[in-house]
Design a protein around this ligand. Structure first.
Ligand code: NAD
Ligand code: MG
Length: 394
């Protein structure tokens, strides 16, 4: 079989590195064409040299020369580009079949969209793109024949539990509900009064998953699940009231689909992103991922419970933004990105994250989204407001 060509946007991150690991487990099946990173020139150059990439893109234009030297020192003759134009170019290369969208945050929107516009097989990890521009994104992919394959473990599980050939019609597929599981994060059982004291290091220490810092904080506040219900809405064309969240601390059942006849289908596996990555990479085939195999007899009990929206208000804010629709998810996401960054820089407390996001959402007026400019305008307004609030309270 002919090897497929791949671009990885956000190659140096947690998902990007796991993607390269899966590719490494399948020699001869994939060819790495382009890799991108934000600022880590050294790791990017090492990856390009190891996988023989043809194009290296660094988002920060000031680091172009540094990247060039690092590549040369490692014997790589990859071409160098920088800035958002470079990211967009890497996503749209005509010779590329597959684009892994693994940049964190709204910063990944334009390059991820470019992959959809150019009809790629888009492996979607960058959930924020779908949260802020879901409808627009889905239409762009449909119009250009791009296939979106979910990499987020819950959405990948749902995709696997839906009928083969599912065409965005849950009614026709006999689906009643989609149940996203959530680990509950590192503070699942922490009393409310202690939550204001937690540090970024504690928040980033997830019990089951090893992830980037932003998504780790989102998992600790449960905003991650709030973003994921919105992501699921657009990926599976679900109505807001078809989406549910269930806490499952062991992260073995990655999500479930409940059908009209009472059947509930789930996908299980060890908590390792290489499984959903391998699934999306090879779909509809199956390839080796390198993960430890699940041994259910050795697992402690699998348990499930309702989420506590009082201690974790971010999840409620996510549901609210999904129900309100229009620009509300854009505001939710932008305010959250600013709040998480401020928390990581120890400028605000953990509990200030939901207060700040809630305040931005209450203060700004919701209006319709017609195009990408609308998304960017609302994103900017919410960021500005959130930054003002950070200044006031820090
Ligand atoms: P990470 O922080 O480990 O990596 C992010 C990558 O994006 C890095 O390569 C970084 O260089 C690049 N990047 C960061 N800011 C950028 C910018 N402004 N412009 C261009 N590139 C930039 O993050 P991650 O944990 O790998 O997560 C990536 C995405 O995947 C996120 O949207 C996250 O929600 C999603 N996701 C991650 C996991 C996981 O297990 N890590 C699971 C599900 C979904
Ligand atoms: Mg997830």
């Amino acid at each position: 079989m002919k090897s497929e060509t791949v671009t990885i946007l956000g190659a140096t991150g947690s998902v990007g590195t796991s993607t390269l690991d899966v590719i490494g487990h399948n020699p001869g099946s994939y060819r790495v064409t382009a890799l991108t990173a934000n600022r880590n020139t050294l790791r990017l150059a090492e990856q390009c040299a190891h996988f023989n990439a043809e194009l290296a893109v660094i988002a920060d234009p000031a680091l172009e020369n540094e990247l060039y030297s690092a590549l040369k020192a490692l014997g790589s003759d990859a071409a160098v580009m920088s800035g958002e134009a470079g990211l967009v170019a890497a996503a749209g290369l005509p010779e590329v079949d597959i684009v892994m969208a693994a940049i964190v945050g709204a910063a990944g929107l334009k390059s991820t969209l470019r992959a959809a516009e150019t009809g790629k097989k888009v492996l979607l990890a960058n959930k924020e793109s779908l949260v802020i521009a879901g409808e627009f994104f889905a239409k762009t992919a449909h119009r250009n024949g791009a296939r979106i394959l979910p990499v987020d473990s819950e959405h990948n599980a749902i995709f696997q539990a839906l009928p083969a050939g599912f065409e965005q019609d849950l009614e026709q597929a006999g689906v009643e509900r989609i149940i996203l599981t959530a680990s509950g994060g590192p503070f699942l059982d922490m009393p409310a009064e202690q939550l204001s004291q937690v540090t970024p290091a504690q928040a980033c220490k997830h019990p089951n998953w090893d992830m980037g810092r932003k998504i780790s904080v989102d998992s600790a506040t449960l905003m991650n699940k709030g973003l994921e219900v919105i992501e699921a809405r657009w990926l599976f064309n679900a109505a807001p009231d078809q989406l549910e969240v269930l806490i499952h601390p062991q992260s073995i059942v990655h999500s479930m689909v409940a059908y009209r006849d009472g059947s509930v289908l789930a996908q299980l596996g060890t908590p390792d992103m290489r499984t959903p990555i391998a699934h999306a990479l090879a779909w509809p085939r199956r390839i080796e991922s390198g993960v430890d195999r699940l041994n259910l007899a050795q697992e402690s009990d699998l348990s499930f419970r309702q989420p506590d929206l009082e201690r974790f208000p971010c999840l409620g804010l996510g549901f609210e933004a999904m129900q309100v629709g229009e620009s509300a998810p854009v505001m939710l996401n932008a305010a959250n990105e600013v709040a998480v960054q401020a928390f990581l820089e120890e400028r605000i407390t953990f509990n200030a994250i939901p207060s700040l996001v809630g305040e931005v959402m209450q203060n700004l007026e919701v209006s319709g989204i017609n195009d990408l400019d609308d998304v960017l305008m609302h994103d900017k307004a919410a960021r500005t407001r959130a930054m003002e609030l950070v200044k006031q309270i820090s």
